[in-house]
Every structure is written in structure tokens, then in C-alpha cells.
Design a protein around this ligand. Structure first.
Ligand code: AMP
Ligand code: ZN
Length: 460
């Protein structure tokens, strides 16, 4: 398969560095607030990449960090720690804030059918690994001390800026970077911060109490779980100019290597053509969309229709369109269930081949969806149904779980109670009770089906 590599600005053939396993690191959320639909677009993209790699026959070892300390208000080194600010405003401890938003984040991933990466390390659990990298950078002459922290000297790394293609001389002439007298170069960034007394999260170091810089977290955790060099690093495009440049610089300093062979970035989601921002009140969450009648699968389908390297503009008319189209797609798939028409085997394999070519061409998911739509126009055929579900292993649109509108009747409370009791019985491993509850539900004219999240119930 081919993937676009931001580092080389080319589509390149992907093969894992070691054996058959694709080792992939994805920058995870800063858990100080609810993740918004823009963040979620980036994780849908991560999931599509994971699923495509698997469809191509690779195993995937994915690592996604949870940033629960050190991400300051700006991606550079300005402002308060986002976690500390949220804790202060919500009168909670940073730990409570992190636990709450991490939980909501993972629930949102599950609702969007985003596969959880194999390892999801928290920054606060990896302070020793980060400190050891900071010490190493200092010993090798990359790190230096100032009155407020330890900084990385980018003049020691001539390739700095190669990922984003920024010209440092032009940038430094502009006043974009805050000038800190103690920094050797304006683009030097903090790898460790000395903690002011009021900073709640702080750990002991050679320089007294402090806390890690945001960028060192990803370098230390990717090295720990994936090794010095791994296959793919993902994130949103906003990470290219600062966060990922800094990760590369740190890994070069500590290990002499760029940590990832492929750097793959998802484009942004905007709202009504503009930036998503709390001030404008347009940063929706998956739950808010659901309250407005747009299911997580509708949102996922909406994301799938635009290539991950193109900007995606969120509007409500576009979501209405996605809602109708997703339902039509599900109906079209269902039409083939148990269908008896015969579709030429050659024709079927041509659909499959075309589908594979699209996904293997830098995740052309919109193209692959087009193949599915065309195939569904065939006369109702069980083999089309099977192939559609096979394709859905990549799309992740839960096409198999769809319940048609006429069966989506209000479920009486009595039936819901029986279903809940059955789930509880299953949890207790009381399968005899679970079976008898299922029989009771069936006798009352309903069908209960188990799903990853729990169950669905419909009229028989
Ligand atoms: P953060 O929690 O701010 O570190 O962001 C989590 C992920 O969401 C990162 O990979 C960002 O690049 C990504 N992201 C942030 N805003 C957007 C957006 N508007 N559209 C797409 N991805 C975004
Ligand atoms: Zn990162």
C-alpha cells in the first residue's frame, strides 16, 4: 500500500520495518476538556489507517498517549498548563479532571467504532522515562538550563524544520516567537519546566521540582513502547510545525535518528468554512450531535466521504445529507441479505480488487465507498451482502447492526427492563438466567441482539 509521507512530501510504498507488524504512534488527546468533532475526525483517520493496514494483512501495534500534564495553553511554551487551568477553574484536582475526560474520550472512541490502540499510556505514568531522555539530551549537549526550565538548543540540529519546510531565518525575522532572553535561539523549546510552587503536578529532578514539556512525552513514550525507530507517526496537521518538529529534534538528539519512517497527518475539520473555537460556540461534541439527532455513525460516514488530506467543512445541511445517505446505504446493504440472485464471480472479484486499489492508494476511502455503492446496485445477492460486510471491516460503519426504520419502534419499558436484566445476568455469568430472559423477550415479540457496546432490541 502507498501512504503520503509528510517528511518526503510523496506517496511512498509502505512495508513494516520489522516482520509483519506495523508499529504506529498517534498523538493522543490532552484530557482537560471534552474532545470535539475536529479532534474526532483525526481519530477516525487513525482508525481508518489501522483498519486498512489490517486489511492489507499486517498486524498493528498502535500506541496513543494520554496527555495529562505539560501541554501549555499554546503549543509552544507559553501560558499555563491546560490541565492545571481546568483543575483550577473546575475546583478539582488535575487527576480527577484527567480521569473524567479520559473516560469520556474512550467512550466516544467506542461509539464511533474507533478501535482502541493496543497501548494507551498516560504521561504522568512515564515521568522517569521522560526525565531520563531530558538528562540524556543535556549530557549530549542538546539541553541547557535557564531560570524557568531546560531547553533544547535547535542550533545543534541543522535539520530542524524539515518536516514542515519552515525557513527558520524568515520565521525568526518575524516576531511570531516570543523572545525569551535566556533562550539561545528563539525556536528553542522546553523539555522540562521548573515548577512554580502553585503547580500541583510536580516531580523531583536534578533541578528541583518540575514537570515535563509536552513534546518530550511523545518522544519518551514512543521510544518505550515502539523502539527508537518505528513505522508510522500520526496526528493532525496542526502538529507538523511545532510538536512533531520538536519530537524529531529530541529523538535525533537522544538516539541519532528520526523516530518514524512515515509521518502521516490528517487535515483539519472546520465549521461553516471557519475555525472551530469555543468563543464562536461551534466546537460540538459527539454527544451534542447525538442530542441533535445525528448518530455517531452518521458523523463517521460524514468523515469517510472526504479524503483525510483534504479539509472537511462541517455544516448542518451537510450532516443532514450524511444522515440520509448513511441510512440509504444501510438499507441498500440489507436488501442483499439472504438475496438469491447470482452475481458473476468475476464481477465480484473486480469490485473487491477495485476496493483494495482505492484503500491501498493512500487511504482513498471516498473512492472505496463509491465501489460499495456501485456494487449494491446489483440484484439482491447474498454474496454481495457478504462482500459489503467484508468492506465494512475497513469502513467501520456497523452496516451489519443496522435496524431498519419500521423496526425501530418504541420498545416498551418492560422489554427494556428484561434486556437490562439479561445483560446483568450475563455479566454475572448466570447464562441459564440470561437464556430464560431472552426466551421471555422473544415470547413477547422482540428480538435482542448482542453488540460490542451492549445490545440492540427490535420488533420480531
Ligand atoms: P489535542 O487534544 O489538542 O492535542 O488534539 C488532539 C488531536 O486532534 C490532535 O491530533 C490534533 O491535531 C487534532 N485536532 C485538533 N483540532 C482539530 C480540527 N479542527 N480538525 C481535525 N483535527 C484536529
Ligand atoms: Zn505527540
Amino acid at each position: 500500500m502507498k501512504l503520503y509521507n509528510t517528511l518526503t512530501r510523496k506517496k511512498e510504498e509502505f512495508t513494516p520495518l520489522q516482520g509483519n507488524t506495523a508499529r504506529m504512534y498517534s498523538c493522543g488527546p490532552t484530557v482537560y476538556n471534552y474532545a470535539h468533532i475536529g479532534n474526532m475526525r483525526t481519530y477516525v483517520f487513525m482508525d481508518l489507517l489501522r483498519r486498512t493496514l489490517k486489511a492489507e494483512g499486517y498486524k498493528v501495534k498502535g500506541v496513543m498517549n494520554i496527555t495529562d500534564v505539560g501541554h501549555l495553553l499554546s503549543d509552544a511554551d507559553d501560558g499555563e498548563d491546560k490541565m492545571e487551568k481546568a483543575a483550577r477553574e473546575q475546583k478539582k484536582t488535575p487527576l480527577e479532571i484527567a480521569a473524567y475526560y479520559t473516560d469520556v474520550f474512550f467512550k466516544d472512541l467506542a461509539r464511533l467504532n474507533i478501535g482502541k490502540p493496543e497501548v494507551t499510556p498516560k504521561a504522568t505514568d512515564h515521568i522517569p522515562e521522560m526525565l531520563s531522555m531530558v538528562y540524556d539530551l543535556c549530557e549530549k549537549g542538546y539541553g541547557y538550563e535557564t531560570s524557568d526550565g531546560i531547553y533544547y538548543d535547535i542550533s545543534r540540529f541543522p535539520d530542524y524544520g524539515s518536516l514542515s519546510g519552515i525557513n527558520l531565518e524568515d520565521q525568526q525575522a518575524g516576531a511570531r516567537v516570543e523572545v525569551n532572553d535566556e533562550k539561545r535561539n528563539p525556536y528553542d523549546f522546553a523539555i522540562w519546566k521548573k515548577a512554580p510552587k502553585e503547580h500541583i503536578m510536580q516531580w523531583d529532578s536534578r533541578w528541583g521540582m518540575g514537570y515535563p514539556g509536552w513534546h518530550i512525552e511523545c518522544s519518551a513514550m514512543s521510544k518505550k513502547y515502539l523502539g527508537e525507530v518505528f513505522d508510522i507517526h500520526t496526528g493532525g496537521v496542526d502538529h507538523i510545525p511545532i510538536h512533531h518538529e520538536n519530537e524529531i529534534a529530541q529523538s535525533y538528539g537522544a538516539c541519532g535518528k528520526n523516530p518514524a519512517k512515515f509521518w502521516v497527518h490528517g487535515e483539519f475539520m472546520c465549521v461553516d468554512g471557519g475555525k472551530m473555537s469555543k468563543k464562536l460556540g461551534n466546537t460540538y461534541t459527539i454527544s451534542q450531535l447525538e442530542e441533535m439527532g445525528y448518530s455517531p455513525m452518521t458523523f463517521r460516514y460524514f468523515c469517510l466521504n472526504t479524503h483525510y488530506r483534504k479539509k472537511l467543512n462541517f455544516t448542518f445541511p451537510a450532516m443532514d445529507g450524511a444522515k440520509v445517505a448513511y441510512e440509504r446505504l444501510c438499507e441498500a446493504v440489507l436488501r442483499h441479505k439472504g438475496g438469491t440472485a447470482t452475481v458473476d464471480a468475476e464481477k465480484l472479484s473486480a469490485y473487491e480488487k477495485e476496493f483494495r486499489e482505492y484503500i491501498a492508494d493512500d487511504l482513498n476511502i471516498p473512492g472505496a465507498l463509491g465501489v460499495l455503492w456501485t456494487m449494491l446496485k446489483e440484484a439482491p445477492s447474498a454474496s454481495v451482502y457478504d462482500l459489503a460486510l467484508q468492506m465494512d471491516e475497513v469502513f467501520g460503519l456497523r452496516l451489519k447492526e443496522y435496524v431498519p426504520a419500521e423496526k425501530q419502534v418504541e420498545v416498551p419499558e418492560e422489554i427494556t427492563a428484561l434486556c437490562e436484566a439479561r445483560i446483568a445476568a450475563k455479566k454475572d455469568k448466570n447464562y441459564a438466567l440470561a437464556d430464560s430472559l431472552r426466551a421471555e423477550i422473544t415470547a413477547k415479540g422482540y428480538i435482542v441482539k448482542d453488540t460490542k457496546e451492549g445490545y440492540t432490541v427490535e420488533k420480531a
